[in-house]
Design a binder for this molecule. Structure first.
Ligand SMILES: [Zn+2]
Length: 266
């Protein structure tokens, strides 16, 4: 309610809005009954204006095929901008075409290896993450209909497209700390606490939709490089650069593949 509306309401009840507002800021304030009744009628109409799809694939497990490890990224970004001069597209090369490419590459490699996995592996590219994790929330809602229990979610937000690094940041806890520790040890790397926990990244991507249902998760976030944050994040300048070496991406995908395989067979 707007302040002028509240003032009229208090007046109607024979009360002084300003006076009570002051009193309510003091310790020990007791609520005052207003003695008013209201009858409201609200007419609302929901009109779906856009449709979009999550894109999923499954590599069926052998033994525990109705349980699955999910590797995910989001394929949407923030659309287009139209100025007087031109129409520009937000390509989102790092956020999150890099992640989508990672999911596709892991699907290709894990399938091509021809290994048997105990639990199934689901490869998910979600829609409408930027609009509030809508694609992931939708899938969570319909999980019972899929007949598959998700054991873990490994969610990718950007990949390190340049050289390999010896550290990885911990954005958890999501309940899979032992698995990432083992995989990181195997690569001879170290885990460090995330540099800016005040950004609340653990609440800002699709894994959260699953985390809220008690499903353990890991977040692989690579959108923190200062130059990227200042000049490309959610800007039309987030575009592909042919000079990227991709060594860091290969390293990250090997790590994720290792974790997916371990959880699948555990
Ligand atoms: Zn993103």
């Amino acid at each position: 309610m707007r302040t002028d509306g509240a003032q009229r309401l208090f007046e109607h009840a024979g009360l002084d809005f300003q006076d009570l507002k002051m009193q309510s800021q003091k310790r020990g304030f007791q609520a005052v009954p207003m003695g008013l009744e209201a009858q409201l009628k609200v007419k609302s109409k929901v009109e779906p204006t856009q449709y979009s799809n999550n894109v999923l694939a499954i590599l069926p497990g052998e033994g525990k095929s109705n349980e699955a490890v999910m590797i995910s990224a989001h394929w949407d970004h923030v659309g287009m901008i139209e100025t007087d001069q031109a129409k520009e597209i937000f390509n989102g090369a790092m956020d999150n075409a890099a992640g989508v490419a990672g999911v596709l590459e892991l699907a290709r490699v894990l399938k091509a290896q021809g290994k048997a996995f105990k639990r199934s592996i689901i490869f998910a590219n979600f829609t409408a993450e930027e609009s509030g994790l809508l694609g992931a929330m939708y899938l969570v809602q319909y999980l019972p209909a899929l007949g598959v229990d998700i054991s873990a979610v490994l969610n990718i937000e950007g990949l390190n497209v340049i050289e390999a690094v010896d550290t990885i940041y911990d954005y958890g806890p999501g309940g899979l700390e032992d698995y990432i520790q083992d995989a990181v040890d195997a690569q001879g790397r170290v885990i460090k606490p995330e540099p800016m926990p005040q950004d609340g990244k653990k609440f800002r991507s699709d894994h959260l939709a699953f985390g809220l249902k008690g499903i353990p998760w890991l977040l692989f976030w690579w959108l923190d490089e200062p130059d990227y944050v200042a000049n490309r994040y959610h800007q039309t300048t987030d575009i592909y650069n042919p000079n990227w070496s991709m060594q860091g991406a290969a390293q990250a995908l090997q790590l994720i593949s290792h974790i997916a395989e371990t959880i699948s067979n555990s």
